[in-house]
Design a protein around this ligand. Structure first.
Ligand SMILES: Nc1nc2c(ncn2[C@@H]2O[C@H](COP(=O)(O)OP(=O)(O)OP(=O)(O)O)[C@@H](O)[C@H]2O)c(=O)[nH]1
Ligand SMILES: [Zn+2]
Length: 300
């Protein structure tokens, strides 16, 4: 029997929906008993091999291919990139929030692109300067794209970023994550953000993630990720590794375990004072470091 290759799109109570990687056909499969014994279960995003038998209603998953990575929230494997959506107006999202999202993405070790949505609202020269400052800060570090789902500005470029990849979207409630998905692929609906979800239902709902397929190629997890903005489970001493522009300079700090806050001979502070490290990034780093230090390791 031929083994077909597919990607796990979603779970039902007893079956798993697979999309064939070649034909893009959806198939319903069941798990072979051996997975239960081995205590391995596929998760959404897994590449699997499966067989189809004409006489049987469901295909059978034969093998789970090795995972490139494994996100916890949303629970999904083989993520290629996180798309962080932010805005500078309606709502104004502080750079500190952006940096907290980026810290989580860096910890997972996945690529990230930052999308600044609603640029149609930035009309005054002050607002335009704000956008320029944002781009100057982040575009040397990450792929950064100003867009508008209302005017369609740069939506074609956004499609290219998503194409043929498995992506997860992140960003505060109301920045336009669902609107952007709709403008690149009509009819795709990201499920409401965690914050609005909680407000509406008044409780924490456990949601399972599903992959949505773009008609131009690629997948997106339907529940947003990286929303642990209190950085629960993070240690103050690991944060410095997630500010990627620090990495080339930190070997030249006077102390090998320099926290880049109070120590003498700190190369990061020097670069910040010289303007070679963006001031908001360094200041957010120190703020987050102090926040985690105050909290200590005990509480979490
Ligand atoms: N002016 C303007 N408004 C936009 C744009 N994109 C989205 N909006 C509006 O912003 C509001 C929020 O958009 P959503 O797509 O629901 O935002 P979301 O990020 O999915 O929000 P959650 O589901 O709460 O996480 C809606 O009223 C949209 O019409 C844009 O590019 N420009
Ligand atoms: Zn230092």
């Amino acid at each position: 029997m031929n083994w077909e290759k597919g990607i796990v799109m979603r779970f039902h109570s007893n079956t798993v929906s697979i999309m064939n990687t070649k034909t893009k056909k959806r198939e319903e499969c069941v798990l072979r008993g051996k997975f239960k014994k081995q205590k391995i279960r596929p998760i959404v995003g897994d590449y699997v091999e499966y067989t189809l038998n004409e006489q049987e209603e469901y295909g059978k998953i034969e093998n789970i291919l090795p995972r490139k990575n494994n996100l916890y929230r949303p629970k999904i494997a083989n993520v290629d990139q996180a798309i962080l959506v932010t805005t500078l107006k309606n709502p104004f999202v502080d750079a500190l929030i952006v940096d907290k999202f980026l810290i989580q993405v860096e910890k997972m070790g996945i690529d990230c692109a930052i999308v600044v949505n609603k640029v149609d609202l930035l009309q005054t020269s002050e607002e335009k300067e704000l956008l320029q400052l944002f781009l100057d800060t982040y575009s040397p570090l990450y792929t950064t794209l100003p867009v508008s789902s209302v005017t369609g500005e740069n939506i074609d470029k956004l499609k290219i970023i998503f194409k043929d990849k498995i992506s997860t979207m992140a960003g505060m409630s109301g920045v336009g994550k669902s609107s952007l998905l709709n403008s690149i692929n009509t009819g795709l609906k990201l499920r409401v953000g965690e914050i609005s979800d909680k407000l509406k239902r008044g409780k924490h709902t456990t949601t399972y993630t599903e992959l949505l397929h773009f008609d131009f190629g690629g997948f997106i997890a339907d529940t947003p990720g990286f929303s642990n903005l209190e950085l629960r489970g993070f240690n103050k001493d690991e944060i410095r590794d997630y500010f990627i522009e620090f990495l080339e300079f930190s070997p030249y700090c006077g102390f090998s375990d320099c926290s880049h806050t109070v120590e003498p001979y700190c190369m990061i502070k020097e670069k910040y004072e010289m303007g070679e490290i963006a001031s908001s990034r360094y200041e957010d780093y120190v703020f987050i470091y102090e926040e985690l230090k105050k909290r200590g390791d005990k509480r979490w």
